[in-house]
Design a protein around this ligand. Structure first.
Ligand code: MN
Length: 294
């Protein structure tokens, strides 16, 4: 109950946008990479698992005509248990609202962790359209169904409590993940996700993911669309099921991925830690070549 004033404080800060300034200032160095569409999901704001540093970096270096927030953006399940909301999480909300203000169409499709926002489907908050699912037409005329994806998660539908147990185990793993990431950072090693590595080694998890992808693609085929974009299972992937495209935009807890559509309709999964490494590499090359040129 002592957490209530803090809840109000966060809501108050968001409501007072844009008079407030983000704690991490927007980086406006260089050109933003422009895309027709960006999809991100499974940000899990309100948890320590959220990699806000990389997400802020992503938001400051990209732009798009349309941006889909494909669910589990805010982790209401975690927030209910323990209120955790560092200033950087406000900064992410601030940047999304700022995008809407600059003219990006923002569509927010709540997931299972932010299901408390689902009843607001059809409403618009500060330029953010809340929808239960969406249909996206690509520049080259493909029609994609966009949804979070928990709808296909039979384990969650049948045994909801199991999902909560899984959620607790998952957060123990995330704590370990953060610790390893911190140590690696201090040693100057690139970001690497322990849970992502573990998930790929666990046979059942791999089988589950594979089955999930097939079920989602089949549902899309039944709807007569060319493909589907979802999130939920924290595994960025593209698969082709007899001409039906399955795209998963990944997450910002483990992989730190975004799905983008270029202006010609080509789609690409961006692995942001790699993009940052490439950018830093180029920057180092530039500082090396300057004295040679002079
Ligand atoms: Mn989910």
């Amino acid at each position: 109950m002592n957490d209530l004033p803090k809840h109000f404080d966060a809501a108050h800060k968001v409501a007072n946008f844009p008079s407030i300034k983000p704690s991490v200032p927007e980086r406006t160095l260089g050109e933003r990479r422009k895309f027709r569409t960006i999809w991100i999901s499974d940000v899990h704001l309100g948890t320590k698992g959220c990699n806000h540093e990389l997400l802020i970096d992503f938001l400051d270096h990209t732009d798009s005509d349309t941006m889909y927030l494909v669910g589990d953006i805010i982790d209401g399940w975690r927030l209910k248990k323990k209120f955790y909301w560092p200033p950087e999480h406000n900064d992410i909300v601030w940047r999304i609202l700022k995008r809407a203000k600059r003219g990006t169409r923002i569509v927010y499709i709540p997931g299972n962790h932010d299901e408390m926002i689902r009843p607001f489907a059809g409403m618009n908050f500060g330029g953010v359209e809340i929808m239960r699912a969406a249909f996206h037409d690509t520049a080259d005329g493909r029609r994609l169904m966009v949804l979070h994806g928990d709808e296909f998660d039979t384990i969650m539908l049948a045994h909801r409590w199991l999902a909560f147990v899984g959620d607790a185990a998952y957060h123990v793993m995330m704590k370990l993940n953060n610790w390893v990431a911190g140590v690696r950072k201090r040693l100057g090693l690139p970001y690497w996700s322990i849970s992502k590595a573990a998930k790929h080694k666990v046979k059942n998890a791999v089988e589950f993911i594979s089955k999930y992808e097939e079920v989602v693609a089949r549902a899309a085929a039944e709807r007569g669309v060319d493909g589907v974009v979802c999130g939920h299972i924290h595994t960025a992937e593209f698969r082709d099921f007899d001409g039906v495209e399955y795209w998963n935009d990944g997450d910002w807890v483990e992989g730190c991925n975004a799905l983008v559509e270029h202006f010609d309709g080509t789609m690409e999964i961006l692995h942001w830690p790699d993009e940052v490494a490439r950018r830093d590499g180029r920057r180092n090359d530039a500082t090396v070549t300057v004295p040679e040129a002079a």
